[in-house]
Design a protein around this ligand. Structure first.
Ligand SMILES: [Fe+2]
Length: 544
């Protein structure tokens, strides 16, 4: 059975934010209309992950008198597992600071997960009708394998730190927002107790990716097709940056079709249960995992040191977060780390800044071999927008490339556009035509760089008439200040250059394979057999 599709488009976003966003690059957010005349329905659950036997409490607010609920497993196929119609609708006021403190809605519907629900992502479809109008919104929960069953060899750890960071529902996330005295600042604290923004749980087939399907054509204005699409169809401006629908879902479906046995968890589960990984042979991270807490990182490091295998098909390892309020709040001051209350205390190593920056001083390369500050944008707007979309192969004889028919200098994944939109890099030197980690950024010089591509922190302005620069120089200024202590033409220049790398690293008793790019999953969904072959080589070896 395929997912039923709604014919009528849901309201684009809140009428107020829509009216203010006059350009696709302007900030707008998805959230409650706070107007009972507007037909809407939204819902959330207090937790991300449940196991059979757990009770799920669904908190729903709707302006309709009744609503329907469908739950289905979003695996290789979609199949419905629960349907309720005619549930009584309640309109629940939403606090202005809901993004920061949560919605505080009452429970609307509860159910217990039956023993026969297979592990996976479960899509919740909420619909409501009134006067001929119909709205449809979505929520997602992850269901873990029942604890009395043998553990699956692989654990897919969903990047909920980044889902939260980009979730614009209610006004604020870690990027933009309605927080602060002027109501125009991003929120350094975001709540899990609110709905996911539109496009995080379900997307129509063909929704544009952050990396366009073809390289930028010189001469024309640069475009951001996904933001144009989001603006036109009423989806979150951040839908292509994060969420189940854009990233983890692609991997989960492919893996299931290939016969890999996955269990499911979130980064937040690593925070709550530090030994979670030890029950599995291989931990898998996919998509965009920019935000991690120290405890999440420690869980991965301990696992690897003790013989665990880490397969990371994800990019943009950048910010330290803190998880507070028993998992309900995520803290990340980022560019405003000077305001973090832990600064100047004996806990200041937990300051929510970039990993490489004082007083954190825990380079991302120590866990994954590459990091966000050495990488950044590629295939995105004018940031290396005329690149091939693939990785250049340097060590084709490595076991990860076996059977992939790749030679020195070949492009891996150019057809499927896997290289972007954010990648992690490493400081390297070239010798005899091969890249080697210098170790200057904390990377282990023994680590092997298998493939490499270029990235940049600055979006060049070629003065093309009609073009609007999106990334500009904001990130490069931050990196110059963070890495070199001052912003000068020289430090800007040094900070502008980055790269993305595929690395393999024996670490302790275990090992790490890091593809270090957000878009790797497109190689799987677009059936790029070389990308699929590399993925299978890694997963098959890491099961042993
Ligand atoms: Fe990012």
């Amino acid at each position: 059975m395929t997912t039923p599709r709604s014919e009528s488009a849901a309201p684009a976003n809140t009428p107020r934010t829509r009216a203010k966003a006059r350009h696709i690059l302007d900030n707008y957010y998805i959230g409650p209309a706070r107007d009972e005349a507007v037909l809407e329905i939204w819902g959330y659950t207090p937790r991300f992950t449940y196991a059979p036997g757990d009770t799920v409490a669904l908190h729903v607010s709707t302006t309709a008198a009744a609503w329907d609920l469908e739950i289905g497993r979003d695996g290789a196929d979609y199949h419905q597992v629960l349907r309720e119609t005619g549930l009584r609708g309640t309109y629940q006021p939403t606090p202005a600071d809901c993004s920061v403190k949560g919605c505080d809605w009452a429970v609307s519907y509860e159910f217990t997960i039956p023993d026969d629900w297979q592990e996976g992502g479960y899509l919740l479809t909420l619909t409501a009708e009134r006067g001929g109008d119909r709205v449809e919104e979505h929520h997602l929960i992850l269901v873990r394998r029942a604890p009395d069953l043998p553990a699956a060899p692989y654990l897919l750890v969903c990047a909920t730190g980044t889902w939260l960071a980009y979730n614009c529902w209610g006004g604020s996330n870690h990027y933009q927002g309605i927080t602060g005295p002027e109501g125009n600042e991003f929120a350094p604290v975001v709540s899990t107790q609110r709905p996911w923004t539109r496009g995080f749980c379900k997307l129509p087939e063909g929704a544009p990716r952050a990396v366009p399907e073809t390289p930028h054509v010189p001469g024309g204005m640069v475009r951001y097709p996904y933001m144009e699409w989001a603006y036109a169809y009423g989806y979150s401006k951040k839908y292509a940056s994060s969420g189940w629908a854009s990233y983890e879902r692609h991997f989960a479906r492919w893996a299931e079709m290939q016969g890999y046995e996955l269990d499911f968890a979130t980064q937040h589960d690593l925070e709550a249960d530090p030994d979670l990984l030890s029950r599995h042979k291989c931990a898998i991270f996919v998509g965009h995992d920019e935000y991690w807490s120290a405890n999440m990182r420690h869980a991965v490091d301990r696992f690897t040191e003790n013989g665990g295998r880490v397969a990371r098909f994800a990019g943009n390892f950048l910010w330290q977060t803190r998880i507070e309020d028993e998992g309900r709040a995520q803290v990340c001051y980022k560019y405003n780390a000077a305001q973090d209350p832990l600064l100047g205390t004996d806990q200041e190593h937990l300051t929510t800044a970039a990993w490489e920056v004082a007083p954190v001083n825990w380079p991302g390369t120590k866990t994954f071999g590459a990091n966000g500050l050495q990488g950044m944008y590629t295939g995105f707007g004018r940031c290396a927008g005329q690149g091939s979309g693939g990785y250049t192969v340097y060590r084709p004889q490595h076991w990860a490339f076996e059977g992939a028919q790749l030679g020195y200098g070949d492009q891996l994944g150019a057809m499927s556009r896997i290289f972007g939109y954010e990648v992690d890099g490493v400081d390297y030197r070239m010798e005899d035509g091969l890249p080697y980690a210098t170790g200057s950024d904390g990377a282990d010089p023994q680590m092997q760089i298998l493939a490499l591509g270029l990235a940049t922190n600055i979006e060049p302005d070629h003065g093309v008439w009609g073009e609007t620069i999106y990334i500009g120089d904001g990130d490069v200024v931050f990196k110059a200040e963070a890495m070199h202590g001052e912003v000068t033409p020289e430090t800007i220049d040094r900070s502008a250059r980055g790269n993305g790398v595929i690395v393999h690293w024996q670490r302790g008793q275990g090992e790490v394979f890091n593809a270090a790019t957000c878009e790797w999953v497109m190689g799987l969904t677009r059936r790029d057999w070389q990308v699929e072959r590399v993925t299978r080589n890694v997963l098959d070896r890491f099961r042993a």
